[in-house]
Design a protein. Structure first.
Length: 141
């Protein structure tokens, strides 16, 4: 396992530099909004042998009147050459640490069936299966 450093993203430039890790190009105006919205968190992983980020995890605190605060692990990504080195696990554990620090009672993530790499990372960080689930989406365009 190589050495890596986990740091909270604080600037739009950092998110743009991590653009290769996201599903779509980072839009600066959305990155700025994410960084300045309360309860939105993103950590970047940096490997010792590279200049740029090799992974990230994002989370959003959700609130409910009868449950309190819970962390939704929105997305986890680790660049292909850096997978299976503990980086995903470290990112998840850092988000869980922050969730506890901020008073969240728990954390959850949805994972597609067959995404064995993600499932392995989440399980190694202490995540437990909560049974099957369906995801329904509404697209507003």
């Amino acid at each position: 396992m190589g050495s890596h450093d986990i740091r909270r993203a604080a600037t739009v430039a950092e998110l743009v530099a991590a653009g290769h890790l996201f599903d779509h190009p980072v839009r600066p105006e959305w990155a700025e909004r994410f960084l300045t919205t309360a309860g939105h968190h993103l950590f970047l992983a940096h490997a010792a042998e590279t200049d740029g980020p090799v992974g990230f995890v994002s989370g959003v605190e959700t609130l409910h009147p009868d449950k309190g605060a819970e962390m939704f692990l929105y997305e986890l990504a680790v660049a292909e050459p850096y997978r299976r080195r503990g980086i995903g696990r470290a990112l998840v554990l850092e988000l869980a640490r922050l969730a506890r620090e901020r008073g969240c009672y728990g954390m959850w993530v949805g994972v597609e069936h067959g995404n064995d790499v993600a499932l392995a990372a989440y399980r190694s960080a202490g995540g437990k299966d909560d049974g099957p689930c369906s995801v329904l989406v509404w697209e507003f365009e």
